[in-house]
Design a protein around this ligand. Structure first.
Ligand code: NAP
Ligand code: GLV
Length: 320
């Protein structure tokens, strides 16, 4: 008998076919909206594997309903939506999709950095709103990127890929990481600093660390007050790493110059969120890895992890 698994969103047919060869598949048919929690709680009762997204909270309560579960395959590299401690206690394998999204997410991070520093969204809206009456010397002037200093918090796969792009812009690259990365320092000529020095010296502060109890509100009032008034904060990691109230105050009171945000503490970010009222914030709906090719690769990798997990093989990317 094939193992029963649940896919929590409609995904590409080619990936579903691959999983169906090995598993009995139940797939939530909506592509845009998450499976309602009460339905998810019911559907996990007799499954051995779950293919889920960052929109599903896989917590103790859900796992209590899933006595047969062997593998949780998250179609993301970040896995803060899953209680990995409870999963580990119960011998459930948790997998993720690192690597295949690294370059795409670094591209988006750099796009956000460029858009924020050079006010691309404001400038585009300036024309569309009929405000371009004449060229003017200081019109829509922003901050330089080339030759400035970038500080990367979290020098992992994506942090390193951002550093490589920054070197192409002749930027001085500072980084702060839990463990020092001598190999990357040697390879890319990046400089390790403590976090306060990074915040004080950087023109761009880019967050690329995972969301954990340790990184919750890592950037709050004190950290923002250390940054230059001309500095820009970019967050493509997870919203909860930045204290959004403190960020709003810093942006409103010219404590820092601008912010580029792909992620929010609550997603989707509420339409009336104060940060959305500020002209010096560029906001994106969590699209870091959203290229067609990369999302398909992520789905295949998550499928392979799932299949291996439910058939007793060791998946390629095990978190716990
Ligand atoms: P990774 O290779 O695991 O890199 C994370 C880095 O952060 C590691 O070098 C790690 O250091 C460091 N770190 C962990 N805790 C830290 C702390 N408390 N202080 C400082 N550094 C810390 O992961 P990745 O593939 O680069 O992905 C990073 C994160 O990006 C993911 O967790 C995810 O949340 C986010 N992400 C977002 C998108 C998006 O669509 N916006 C897309 C992909 C990823 P050690 O090596 O010492 O552990
Ligand atoms: C997306 O946010 C991911 O962690 O892959």
């Amino acid at each position: 008998m094939k193992p029963k698994i649940l896919i929590t969103r409609k995904i590409a047919d080619e990936v579903v076919s691959k999983i169906s060869e090995v598993c009995e598949v139940d797939m939530w048919p909506d592509e845009e909206r998450p499976i309602p929690r009460e339905i998810l709680e019911k559907k996990v009762e007799d499954i051995e594997g779950i293919f889920c997204l960052i929109t599903e909270t896989i917590d103790e309560k859900l796992l209590n309903n899933a006595p047969k579960l062997k593998v949780i395959s998250n179609m993301a590299v970040g896995h803060n939506n899953i209680d990995i401690n409870v999963a580990k206690e119960r011998g459930i394998t948790v997998t993720n999709t690192p690597g295949v999204l690294t370059e795409t997410t670094a591209d988006l991070t750099f796009a956000l950095l460029m858009a924020t520093s050079r006010r691309i969204i404001e400038a585009s809206n300036f024309i569309r709103n009929g405000n371009w009456k004449a060229w003017a010397p200081m019109q829509l002037t922003g901050q330089d990127v080339f030759g400035t200093t970038i500080g990367i918090i979290g020098m992992g796969r994506i942090g390193e890929a951002v550093a490589r792009r920054a070197k192409g812009f002749d930027m001085k690259v500072l980084y702060y990481n839990r463990n020092r990365k001598h190999d990357i320092e040697e390879m890319l000529g990046v400089h390790y600093t403590d976090m306060d020095t990074l915040l004080q010296q950087s023109d761009f502060v880019v967050i690329m660390a995972p969301y954990t109890p340790e990184t919750n509100n890592l950037i709050s009032h004190r950290e923002l007050s250390l940054m230059k008034n001309s500095a820009i904060l970019i967050n493509t990691a997870r919203g909860g790493i930045v204290d959004e109230d403190a960020l709003y105050q810093a942006l409103k009171n010219n404590g820092i110059w601008a912010a580029g945000l792909d992620v929010f503490a609550t997603e989707p970010v509420p339409f009336d969120h104060p940060l959305l009222t500020l002209p010096n914030v560029v906001t994106l709906p969590h699209i870091g890895s959203a290229s067609i090719r990369t999302r398909i690769k992520m789905a295949h990798l998550a499928a392979d992890n799932l299949i291996n997990g439910v058939t007793g093989k060791i998946p390629a990317h095990v978190v716990v």
